[in-house]
Design a protein around this ligand. Structure first.
Ligand SMILES: Nc1ncnc2c1ncn2[C@@H]1O[C@H](COP(=O)(O)OP(=O)(O)OP(=O)(O)O)[C@@H](O)[C@H]1O
Length: 306
């Protein structure tokens, strides 16, 4: 369990994390989402005692991280910046960590096997691909068989097989009753991996919700209507809460009406419909909409307001 209460981090003038309050529960994968610069890594560093909060607090399994006598057994973490000695083999890296934490060496073989690095465990970690490095990072996180696992962008650099493997691993860790907290800036990845989402933007909480509720609450559906007479149809679709826009190829995009209502309005006016399609906003679109005001660095687009 992770409990953040009014967690705040200021770097000079920059408020990186701004009064975040949330709880990450055991037994499910919780996705931690936000655009670049939202404050995800800073929050994770504070959970792990690597950065001190300016104010507020965060507890892991009931205590601040540093108050745990055997932290590796409580919390396993993969942070974006890798801190593996490049000249050391994966095996020796894990063995050194195991020794300093009183973990039996048989556990080193177990995690190497579990992450699929058995064939390369004696090679220097400096020669590892990004994907192999991620696997080694995950092995490191799992070394202490921890109750809570915190992974910062664990899918970065992985190929399709690797992504599937991490997803299955996270889900099995959660099914064993562990707390699994995973950051990503990609909604689509999290939708397939997580059951719960904590979404932040500019250091503030935007949503703390189940994946299904997130989509339902945020999604807006529109109907695409292609017709022989868009100019004649559009006025017949007007009303409170209804928006109609003209697109190319005699197509209207309508929000606020169902396909049935549009079909009937067209029929009553004797207007021929060539296409009538309900479109649901994708999860990625819902996420972009929600975090639109919280994006720090947006590419300069002609006509865009800064
Ligand atoms: N050590 C630091 N000194 C000054 N500013 C910092 C420091 N660490 C982070 N920041 C700033 O705090 C904000 C939050 O950064 P953070 O890395 O936590 O975001 P993030 O959500 O993890 O982003 P990304 O997805 O790009 O990794 C950013 O504006 C960043 O520039």
């Amino acid at each position: 369990m992770i409990e953040a209460r009014k967690l705040t981090k200021r770097y000079g003038d920059k408020l990186a994390v701004d009064g975040l309050t949330f709880t990450v529960s055991p037994g499910m994968v919780t996705g931690f989402l936000g655009p670049n610069g939202a404050g995800k890594s800073t929050t994770m560093r504070m959970i792990l005692g690597l950065d001190a909060p300016t104010s507020g607090s965060v507890l892991v399994n009931g205590k601040p991280y540093r108050a745990h006598t055997a932290p590796l057994r409580e919390v396993g973490a993969l942070l974006e910046a890798r801190s593996i000695h490049p000249g050391r083999s994966a095996y020796n890296h894990l063995l050194a960590l195991a020794r300093t934490s009183g973990i039996h060496r048989s556990r080193v073989d177990e995690v190497i096997e579990a992450v699929g690095l058995a064939g390369v465990a004696r090679r220097r970690a400096g020669k590892f691909s990004l994907g192999m490095g991620q696997r080694l990072g995950i092995a490191t996180a799992m070394l202490g068989d921890p109750h809570t696992v915190i992974l910062d962008e664990p899918l970065n650099g992985l190929d399709t097989d690797g992504i599937r493997w991490v997803r299955a691993l996270l889900q099995s860790l959660a099914a064993e009753g562990r707390t699994v907290f995973v950051s990503s800036h990609l909604m689509s990845e999290m939708a397939l991996t997580a059951q719960h989402l904590i979404v932040i933007g500019k250091g503030r909480l935007i949503a703390d919700t189940g994946v299904a509720e997130f989509v339902r609450a945020g999604s807006r559906s529109v109907v695409r209507v292609r017709t022989t007479h868009p100019d004649a149809l559009a006025p017949r679709l007007s009303g409170p809460g209804i928006e109609v826009s003209f697109d190319r190829d005699n197509t209207l995009t309508v929000s606020g009406l169902t396909t049935d209502q549009i079909g009937m309005a067209a029929g009553a006016a004797g207007i021929t419909l060539l296409e009538l399609t309900a479109e649901q906003a994708s999860l990625e679109e819902v996420f972009i909409d929600l975090t639109r005001d919280a994006v720090e660095h947006r590419a300069n687009t002609v006509g865009a307001t800064p």
